[in-house]
Design a protein around this ligand. Structure first.
Ligand SMILES: *Cc1c(COP(=O)(O)O)cnc(C)c1O
Length: 443
């Protein structure tokens, strides 16, 4: 059943117009945004939409307290400040994540450390965690990668044993569940992002979630200049008691996120149905490895990725080259595929150069001056490296895309895998797979 691939001038299986964008705007968004415009109140840490959304999100994840922030990165930084991380402390996160899971440590003058991932879940491997802990370790930031909860029970147990804080980076996992509990509510603090790609969108923004009254109070201070509030008048007193930042969000993102929250479960259900359908169908193709979800987790598929295995496809080809060839051929068939992270985070230039504040070696120099060496050798993260060589993201699994689009994607995969020799002939062609700039949803 040899067919001419689109990469060889054949007809592509999909058109760009077969894809719908993310997020989906509904009348609920319009209603809340109209409330903002009608109220004339556009900002303020205790303004009505912000206050309502904080309560609604705390209720949704089952946490006592929530603070809205300007971004997920801000929420992570606030969390480190709230648990008392200081200069030279070490913070452990996953080697396969977005930069912000690690750069938040640098923002607090602390030093990011990385743990390799589990080859099936792509989340921090708890079996490797203890080896990364030193007397300087202060906190662990497990990341619920691509919407799949990290294995929190062993991570929490190790953290408690060593008296470390756990900050969940739940920026990709709104509504995901670990052993029956919503992520973000399990560690000491949870951080979510509301940027336009994420499962819950406010345009931009973030959420800081905790059960702890102490961390809440610290979070309130850090979020707004470290400025104390008068207990009687509830006004700012313009007397900063601690170092703070300006991480307060405003009414319009909160209003949009409230409207989106009314549809989060329904939209997550679409992602899950699309992902499970793709996994069932693509899993039948030798050489395609769908994502794994442990039975006691609810994966919300912020991103859907597959890995490619040339041997299983019956080819003697270097795995990275095979992935690149298949990715290019799929892309030419009209499938929006392409990589998100192209390397483990510790391989990024900032960690290789260890140049931080003002181009100096600070904050690493705090401990290096005492003879401690930081070596972000990528060979220490072989599983994350293997994943980055062999995976691609299959975009477009979010609502309102459904089975019709998934079927076309499956057809294109069959077409490419039925003609791998043609695909491999173009491995070095100048083709750049990825979501185009008009597909705003990453997942
Ligand atoms: C998106 C994201 C962040 C940062 O969120 P922003 O709101 O863009 O600052 C942090 N960690 C992970 C894993 C993310 O995917």
């Amino acid at each position: 059943m040899s067919e001419k691939l689109a990469i060889d001038g054949g007809t592509p299986v999909l058109k760009r117009s077969d894809y719908s964008n993310w997020p989906i705007i509904t009348d609920d968004d319009r209603r809340f945004i109209d409330e903002v415009l009608d109220s004339g109140i556009v900002a303020g840490g205790t303004a009505p939409q912000v206050a309502a959304f904080e309560q609604e999100w705390a209720g949704y994840v089952g946490a006592k307290h929530c603070l809205t922030t300007t971004s997920g990165t801000a929420a992570l930084h606030m969390a480190l400040a709230a648990v008392g991380v200081g200069p030279g402390d070490e913070i452990i996160t996953s080697a396969f994540t977005f930069l912000a899971s690690a750069s938040c440590a640098l923002h607090q003058n602390a030093i990011p450390m990385f743990v390799d991932i589990d080859p099936r879940t792509y989340n921090m491997d708890p079996a490797r965690l203890e080896a990364a802990i030193t007397e300087r370790t202060k906190a662990i930031i497990p990341v619920h990668i691509q919407g799949l909860p990290a294995d929190l029970d062993p991570i929490m147990a190790i953290a408690r044993k060593h008296n470390l804080s756990v900050i969940e980076d739940a920026c990709q996992a709104h509504g995901a569940e670990y052993r029956g509990r919503k992520v973000g509510s399990i560690g000491d603090i949870g951080a979510f992002s509301l940027n336009n790609f994420k499962n819950l969108c406010g345009g931009e923004g973030g959420l800081f979630v905790t059960d702890s009254e102490t961390y809440l109070q610290k979070g309130v201070l850090v979020r707004c200049f470290g400025d104390e509030i008068d207990e009687v008048s509830h006004r700012r007193v313009y007397n900063a008691s601690i170092l703070g930042y300006m991480y307060r969000n405003q009414e319009l993102p909160a209003a949009l996120a409230r409207g989106q929250l009314l549809h989060l479960d329904e939209h997550n259900a679409v992602r899950i149905a699309n992902a499970e359908y793709l996994s069932r169908e693509l899993g039948k193709i030798p050489g395609v490895i769908p994502p794994h979800c442990p039975p006691d987790s609810k994966h919300v598929y912020f991103m859907y990725n597959v890995r490619f295995d040339p041997q299983a496809a019956g080819l003697d080809c270097e795995p990275r080259r095979f992935r690149i060839a298949v990715e290019k051929a799929l892309y030419k068939e009209g499938v929006l595929v392409g990589q998100w992270q192209t390397m483990p985070v510790p391989a990024q230039d900032i960690f290789q150069s260890k140049l931080g504040y003002g181009g100096s070696s600070y904050p690493w120099s705090i401990n290096e001056a005492k003879g401690i060496r930081y070596d972000y050798n990528v060979d220490n993260f072989p599983v994350a490296k293997m994943l980055c060589d062999t995976y691609t993201v299959v975009h477009g699994i979010h609502a309102p895309n459904g089975k019709a689009l998934m079927d076309q994607i499956v057809t294109a995969f069959h077409k490419v895998f039925g003609n791998l020799d043609q695909a491999l002939a173009h491995a070095d062609a100048a083709i750049y797979p990825g979501a185009d700039s008009k597909l705003y949803g990453a997942g």
